[in-house]
Design a protein. Structure first.
Length: 200
C-alpha cells in the first residue's frame, strides 16, 4: 500500500505568512551563515509528526483527530518573539514564538497525542513547545557563524503581534522534493464540533 509522509498541524492565515516573509528578509540581509530558510508560505504549527503512514489509515487518523478536537472550542494565538534551539552560541534552528491561549493549544495537542497513540503512533518523548521554524543552520556552518547568527537573532525585534483565530486543524501530507517539501491538506477538522454519527 502507498505510504504517505503525514503530520497534524494548524495552518496559518496569509497575513501571518507575509509577516514571516518580511522577518526572514530582514534576517537574511544580516545573516552571514549557511542557512536553509523555510518557505514562509509553507510554514505551519505542527502538533504531531506521524512519519510514513499507509494511505488507507488516513480516515482513522482523521477520526481520532476529530475526536480530540471535539471538546476544544476555537481559540486565539499570537505570533511574536524570536528564539533559537539549542542556544544562541551554537544555533541550529531559528524560530518564532507562539503565545495567546496556549493552554487550549497544549490541551488540544495532548488530546491529539493521546488519541493517535491508540493507533500505534508513539508519543513524543519531549514536551511540546509551540513554535514556528523559520530557518535551519546547515551542517557546514562554523561555530563562529552560528554564534553570529545567534547575536543577530537576539538583536532583532519581532514584537509586531500577529494574532489569529484557530478554528480547525489539518491532516497534512509532506512530499519531499529537491526543491523542498510540498505540503497538501488531506483533511480539515473543525474545533468544538460534535462528531457526526454516520448512518448505518
Amino acid at each position: 500500500m502507498e505510504q504517505l509522509r503525514c503530520f497534524i498541524a494548524i495552518e496559518l492565515p496569509e497575513e501571518i505568512k507575509a509577516g514571516l516573509s518580511r522577518l526572514q528578509a530582514k534576517l537574511k540581509s544580516g545573516a552571514q551563515c549557511p542557512v536553509k530558510w523555510g518557505d514562509p508560505y509553507s510554514i505551519h504549527l505542527t502538533l504531531k509528526f506521524l512519519g510514513n503512514v499507509n494511505a488507507g489509515m488516513t480516515s482513522q487518523i482523521t477520526e481520532a483527530t476529530a475526536e480530540a478536537a471535539q471538546g476544544i472550542s476555537p481559540f486565539q494565538l499570537e505570533i511574536k518573539g524570536l528564539g533559537v534551539f539549542p542556544n544562541p552560541r551554537r544555533v541550529q534552528v531559528a524560530w518564532v514564538g507562539v503565545s495567546g491561549e496556549v493552554d487550549k493549544l497544549l490541551q488540544l495537542q495532548k488530546k491529539v497525542e493521546t488519541n493517535l497513540a491508540r493507533l500505534g503512533f508513539a508519543p513524543e518523548p519531549r514536551a511540546f513547545t509551540p513554535h514556528l521554524t523559520i530557518a535551519r543552520v546547515r551542517d557546514q556552518a562554523s561555530p563562529d557563524e552560528r554564534q553570529r547568527l545567534g547575536q543577530l537573532i537576539a538583536s532583532t525585534n519581532f514584537e509586531a503581534v500577529h494574532a489569529f483565530k484557530v478554528n480547525a486543524i489539518s491532516l497534512m501530507r509532506s512530499q519531499l522534493t529537491r526543491e523542498g517539501a510540498i505540503y497538501s491538506q488531506l483533511s480539515s477538522i473543525e474545533l468544538g464540533k460534535p462528531l457526526s454519527k454516520t448512518a448505518v
